[in-house]
Design a binder for this molecule. Structure first.
Ligand SMILES: Cc1cc2nc3c(=O)[nH]c(=O)nc-3n(C[C@H](O)[C@H](O)[C@H](O)COP(=O)(O)O)c2cc1C
Length: 336
């Protein structure tokens, strides 16, 4: 018998879709969401998702196998749509009969949703607009994640609260929709469930769990960080491409701003052409998330974190975090 009957009842559709006890996903976090965190989340009744990121098919193959060795519960794989070997990665998921594939980082290329469904897996997609969400759901996507700008990592411009109001009344009755971005406590989960969400996805709250392999310095930066420290990357010059990423401000974010000013100046002076300028900006953060998560360089690495980072104060086992979120949601619903 569950100790959170109201929350569990409202999560039922999402939990059935995921094959889990709770409709709580731990969103894929590159370098963080590997075998240890993913299996811990799934073993605790949530849904872990491997972050494939830039992995080769061989690396993904090994990561899925290693995760399977640590859990017999369902977990998913997150693939970045612009990965040059996307279809090989899908084949690896097929080989392992992965039950759920999350397509992130852009509109799924032609044939990718079909290729995933062909081996029986469910496809989760992100959509920046309601029109695109409807199109993707019509063309075979099984569920949607709406992720607001409060989230850590790559973000869109619209907040979770506004996305929820736009998407949930329009889609939640007929479709499985998970809400992500800025969720730090169970009271917020209860609210999105009441609006019709089938479940939620959190990243920041889980990144520093005991089972997370993130470097102690990365975790310490999270424990120190407040909501206002998790800032979106700043674009100085419209000519230079800046992908919006939310991360803790540090020396790297300051230097990135200075770098843009300097590159724009050289561009104005004709010392470099547009292609070179754009490449310099693109390369600035190359490998930066790995430097922060694995090497613990929290000054010059990219410490991707959402605004809920202020609610992450200590290292806790995944099971405790999930139990706490469920209890907070249940208490909120019971007070209604
Ligand atoms: C360190 C970090 C790395 C992330 N990497 C990815 C990624 O590789 N792919 C992806 O789809 N989302 C990525 N995300 C987003 C998460 O999957 C999740 O949707 C997000 O963290 C939810 O919002 P929250 O941080 O407010 O909880 C990342 C987030 C963080 C904090």
């Amino acid at each position: 018998m569950t100790s959170s009957p109201k929350t569990s009842a409202m999560m039922r559709r999402g939990a059935e879709f995921l094959g889990t006890e709770h409709a709580i996903l731990c969103g894929a976090m590159s370098w963080v969401s590997e075998r240890n965190l993913v299996s811990a989340i799934s073993n605790a009744g949530g849904f872990g998702v491997i972050a494939c990121g830039a992995m080769t098919p061989e690396l993904l193959d090994a990561e899925i196998a290693a995760t399977k060795a640590l859990t017999d519960k369902p977990f998913g794989v997150n693939l970045i749509t612009m990965h040059p070997m996307l279809f090989d990665l899908i084949a690896v998921c097929a080989k392992h009969k992965v039950g759920h594939v999350v397509l992130a980082g852009g509109i799924p290329p032609k044939g990718s949703v079909e290729a995933i469904k062909e081996f029986g897996a469910k496809v989760l997609v992100f959509a920046p607009t309601l029109a695109l969400a409807k199109k993707l759901l019509r063309s075979g996507a099984d569920a949607l994640v709406i992720e607001g700008s409060e989230a850590g990592g790559h973000i869109g411009p619209v907040s979770t609260s506004v996305l929820a109001q736009e998407f949930l009344p329009a889609l939640a009755e007929d479709h499985v929709v998970f809400v992500a971005g800025g969720i730090g406590r169970g009271e917020m989960i209860a609210s999105y469930l009441e609006m019709g969400a089938s479940g939620v996805q959190l990243g920041t709250r889980f990144a520093c769990a005991t089972e997370s392999i993130a470097h102690p310095a990365f975790k310490a930066a999270f424990f120190r960080g407040n909501a206002r420290d998790a800032i979106a990357s700043v674009q100085v010059d419209p000519r230079l491409p800046v992908i919006p990423v939310r991360a803790l401000k540090n020396k790297g974010t300051e230097e990135f701003t200075a770098k843009q000013v300097e590159v724009a100046k050289r561009l104005d002076e004709g010392l470099i052409d547009m292609g070179e300028a754009q490449l310099e900006i693109e390369h600035f953060w190359a490998g930066a998330l790995r430097r922060a998560v694995i090497d613990g360089d929290v000054e010059r690495g990219s410490v991707m974190a959402g605004q809920s980072v202020g609610m992450v104060n200590k290292e806790e086992p995944v099971a405790d975090i999930i139990a706490q979120l469920m209890a907070e949601s249940e208490a909120a619903l019971s007070r209604r």
